[in-house]
Write a protein that binds this ligand. Structure first.
Ligand SMILES: [Cu+2]
Length: 177
């Protein structure tokens, strides 16, 4: 009887310590435009070696738009979203998924919006982590001490030219929560 009690206590403590160290495995960003109007969501799911993004946005201008993860978790200055800073994961590397000296962790493929202005797409981004309780300063962590944002730019990103591939102004933003 005593042995059984000890065994069940051990199982209980193992279960509680596992839940404490388990990293956050989902996150969502509500995306707003320059008029501070909500235009949809981006959902994030943690996978073993990266994150799966589900983008579902409405009312964007048709065409190709640069799409990045920026360094600071704020979209409060909705007229230009400058407070969100540069891309996450800057260092000796350069911007651009196709750059031989690249890329930055925040570089993503362009969003290609059809004529009706609505875009829904799911894609995988390797190496990113939603959170890391042991190293929240790592370059690949989204919810680090200053957070992060998704950013959509006015023009296409050529994945090469510095600093943002010619993507132009910032037209939509969402804080990752
Ligand atoms: Cu950007």
């Amino acid at each position: 009887m005593k042995i059984l009690t000890l065994a069940s206590l051990t199982a209980l403590s193992l279960a509680s310590s596992a839940s404490i160290t388990m990293a956050q495995d989902t996150a969502t960003a509500n995306i707003i435009n320059n008029d501070n109007k909500n235009i949809g969501t981006i959902e994030i799911k943690q996978a073993l070696k990266g994150v799966l993004l589900h983008v579902n946005l409405q009312g964007l201008p048709a065409g190709k738009h640069g799409f990045h993860i920026h360094d600071v978790g704020t979209c409060e200055d909705n007229e230009d979203f400058k407070k969100a800073g540069g891309h996450i994961g800057k260092g000796d590397n350069q911007h651009g998924l196709l750059n031989p000296k690249g890329y930055e962790m925040g570089d993503l493929p362009n969003l290609i919006v059809p004529d009706n202005g609505n875009v829904e797409v799911e894609f995988f981004v390797s190496d990113l982590k939603i959170a890391d309780s042991e190293d929240d300063t790592a370059k690949n962590v989204l919810m680090d001490e200053n957070g992060a944002t998704f950013m959509i730019h006015k023009n296409a990103d050529d994945h090469l030219v510095q600093p943002i591939g010619g993507a132009g102004s910032r037209i939509a933003c969402g804080v990752i929560k």
